[in-house]
Design a protein around this ligand. Structure first.
Ligand code: NCD
Length: 319
């Protein structure tokens, strides 16, 4: 096993073999999840607390199901966005929870870097479930697992990430992961939604869907993050769909067997045509949701193993 980390805060610090360790274990959890008795006790006796400072349905449900299937005691805390404006409040909350001896903290926060900060204050494993525009590591891992299962490999693929890149932690984590695995990553979208320093990430940038999608093996669409915009990024949603929304006509420029992905939640008719999103011959959007549970089970299992080893080490040293 080559995953020794204490927390899962981002893709950035991970090495390719650590990524593969998580994905290989996740493949085993896919099988467990498809079996009638989808239960294991690798987290039995452990307490998992989900702290979501930002609205989420699928990610929170996915982490909750993952923890329950592994036998953890799972608690969801709905954090009020209004009470966490100050850094101290976040740390105070973390310290209070820490005193209750949790083993796994799953945290989503609107501020980039907040989850890293919190991880420094607690003595349990922390998983980043999305922080601001920074990282969303389990999303990139579940996307990687979906790609590997659909394409049979996770290297030397051409992947077009399209739409609102500038506001997207999903894009950032995916660019990092796919780059580490030696893929060709293209960013496609209007210049207003592409980060100014995009080319420093080793990606190619296009503002035309036809060119950006040409021959692509994977087309990853992103949600237009309206809540993170303060106006002026796009002329209108209709115009946006016309130029950048994925439909069958634009997809025809990609490879014949290209798959279509979207992290959800989707804006149908804005970044993706609803019929295409539901086309099970091209779209792997439901597989992404399925892989999400398996990847989170794998990540929590590996972190729990490392936590036990660290605690056993401290006990034997009598500290
Ligand atoms: C993503 C997120 O929250 O970053 N969604 C998710 O994890 N289900 C992407 C998005 O909000 O568009």
């Amino acid at each position: 096993m080559t995953f020794r980390a204490r927390h899962l805060l981002g893709i950035e610090p991970l090495k390719p073999d650590e990524i593969l360790t998580i994905l290989d274990l996740a493949d085993e959890y896919v099988d467990l999840n498809r079996s009638p008795q989808k239960h294991s006790d690798v987290l039995a006796g452990m307490t998992q607390i989900n702290m979501f400072f930002e609205a989420s349905t699928r990610t929170q449900a996915s982490f909750e199901i993952a923890g329950k299937r592994l036998g953890a005691d799972v608690m969801n805390m709905a954090m009020q966005a209004s009470s966490i404006k100050k850094g101290e409040t976040l740390i105070d909350t973390a310290l209070t929870l820490n005193a209750m001896h949790p083993d796994l903290l799953v945290v989503r926060h609107p501020n980039s870097g907040a989850v890293d900060l919190l991880a420094q204050k607690v003595n349990c494993a922390v998983l980043n479930a999305g922080d601001g525009r920074h990282e969303h590591p389990t999303q990139a891992l579940l996307d990687a697992l979906t790609i590997r299962r659909a394409k049979g490999r996770l290297h030397r693929l051409t992947i077009a990430i399209c739409g609102d890149i500038a506001h997207s932690r999903v894009a950032r984590s995916n660019i990092l992961l796919l780059g580490k695995m030696e893929n060709r990553v293209r960013l496609v979208g209007p210049p207003t939604l592409i980060p100014a320093k995009a080319t420093e990430f080793g990606v190619e940038v296009y503002d035309d869907m036809k060119e950006g999608l040409a021959g692509a093996d994977v087309v990853m669409m992103l949600r237009l993050q309206k809540e993170r915009m303060d106006g002026g990024f796009i002329p209108s949603e209709r115009e946006y769909f016309h130029r950048y929304g994925l439909d069958a006509e634009k997809l025809a420029h990609a490879a014949d067997d290209a798959i279509v992905m979207h992290p959800g939640p989707m804006n149908r008719g804005v970044e993706i045509d609803g019929t295409l999103a539901d086309d099970i011959n091209r779209s792997v959007i439901q597989e992404q949701v399925e892989m999400g549970v398996a990847v989170r089970m794998a990540a929590m299992d590996l972190l729990a193993r490392n936590l036990r080893t660290a605690r056993a080490g401290r006990e034997s040293l009598n500290v």
